[in-house]
Design a protein around this ligand. Structure first.
Ligand SMILES: *Cc1c(COP(=O)(O)O)cnc(C)c1O
Length: 385
């Protein structure tokens, strides 16, 4: 089976992990801050906080921005459930903003319209989480303008988008947001097995997230309520978690980061190859706006059902039978039973529901060969024609 995505582990990566295994620290030690510094420098931000998953990073980002009971968090319905669950963890209400039919990202126009209505009902969101779907940046300049007008915080869910760019910057520089979150799950741009990171330009947010990833404990006398009893002293001043990343994982991430540019470039080569081979086929690609350079985490196509005699499901099953690990990203989050129990229903977000009817993810990862691309395209054209 050719997977839709997979990790790319080198001998150098393996050696980096083995080196940590022979060192005094296995859990969070000296390599974690090195990894944090390296990612912060790469994306052009001041602070980075490594944690044990992208989901944990989203949770801590929400907490650092003070999200709590009675607050509203809005995100895209075209995402993994974690982008919405982080709001629920904090006791907040979650709502969604429909997608743009061309970029499949949160629509800025839909956001503007929903904000107008929410203002009248005095239910403005405290946090909006745009998701850079498949590695393509959202319209961050437009979203930041609305954030200023309506006074909400912005967390970029860039779990797909490490190595992607928007305007002149790498995604993660936080020019148009408070915090940006990455995932290092094996299918993502680089991996630490499980792992994630929150990056920010704001020292107080970084400090809060650092404390919350380790039980809410501080060892800084400046933050304590009393002077330390002695050199052993620490205080718990917040309710935090054990969300720490290990040094073994950080070493893997640090080593992987040295190949990120190569991974992104290779994904672009493969993507262009797919595009030229599929240019006459009844499929639509994600529109790539001028200001964006996608990391190309995912290659999603929409099947043009009006030009086809087969359903998406038939095409999907046929390709799986041919040992091609196609997938669907995503089932709209508001249609999950847990969210329908909160009152969401089919029809709430028509653009993402239409998208879900005909979307399909094809294999795209750095080690995918030209022959494999031909194989996938040939099988796809067979079933589409
Ligand atoms: C993968 C992913 C997450 C969660 O990351 P984990 O590291 O798996 O916890 C969140 N949001 C999006 C868009 C993702 O793709």
């Amino acid at each position: 089976m050719i997977p839709y995505s997979c990790q790319n582990i080198s001998e150098q990566d393996i050696q980096a992990v083995v080196d940590v295994l022979r060192s005094p620290y296995l859990t969070q030690g000296p390599v974690v801050p090195q990894f944090e510094r390296a990612v912060a420098d790469y994306v052009g931000t001041d602070y980075a906080v490594a944690v044990n998953s992208g989901t944990s990073a989203l949770h801590l980002a929400c907490l650092a921005l003070g999200l709590g009971e009675g607050d509203w968090l809005w995100t895209s319905p075209n995402t993994f459930v974690a982008s919405a669950n982080c709001g629920l963890y904090c006791g907040a209400h979650v709502d969604f903003v429909d997608i743009d039919p061309q970029t499949w990202n949160m629509s800025t126009a839909a956001l503007a319209k929903k904000l107008q209505q929410a203002e009248k009902q005095e239910r403005l969101p405290k946090i909006v989480i745009p998701v850079h779907f498949a590695g393509l940046s959202c319209d961050m300049e437009g979203i930041a303008r609305l954030a200023k007008q309506y006074g909400f915080y912005v967390i970029e869910d860039a779990c797909h988008a490490l190595g992607g760019r928007y305007q002149l910057d790498f995604i993660g520089c936080c020019r148009y947001s408070d915090i940006t979150v990455f995932s290092y799950h094996p299918v993502k741009m680089i991996t630490t097995a499980e792992g994630g990171m929150a990056v920010t330009q704001q020292a107080h947010l970084a400090e809060k997230m650092q404390r919350l990833r380790s039980h809410g404990i501080t060892r800084d006398p400046g933050q304590m309520t009393t002077s330390p009893d002695g050199p052993w002293f620490y205080q718990q001043i917040d309710l935090g978690f054990n969300y720490r990343l290990t040094d073994m994982q950080a070493a893997l991430g640090l080593s992987q980061l040295t190949r990120l540019a190569e991974f992104v470039a290779r994904r672009h080569t493969v993507f262009q190859h797919y595009q030229s081979l599929l240019k006459d086929s009844p499929v639509i690609f994600q529109q790539q706006p001028e200001a964006c350079y996608s990391s190309l985490h995912l290659l999603v196509v929409r099947l043009q059902s009006n030009r086809l005699s087969k359903t998406r499901r038939q095409v999907f099953e046929w390709l799986r039978q041919a040992e091609i690990g196609v997938n669907v990203h995503y089932i709209p989050v508001h249609l999950q039973p847990y969210f329908q129990k909160m009152g969401f229903q089919p029809g709430d977000f028509p653009e993402v529901e239409a998208y879900y009817q005909d979307a399909m993810t094809l294999p795209l990862f750095p080690a995918l060969t030209e022959e494999q691309v031909h194989f996938v395209v040939d099988r796809l054209n067979e079933v589409l024609n």
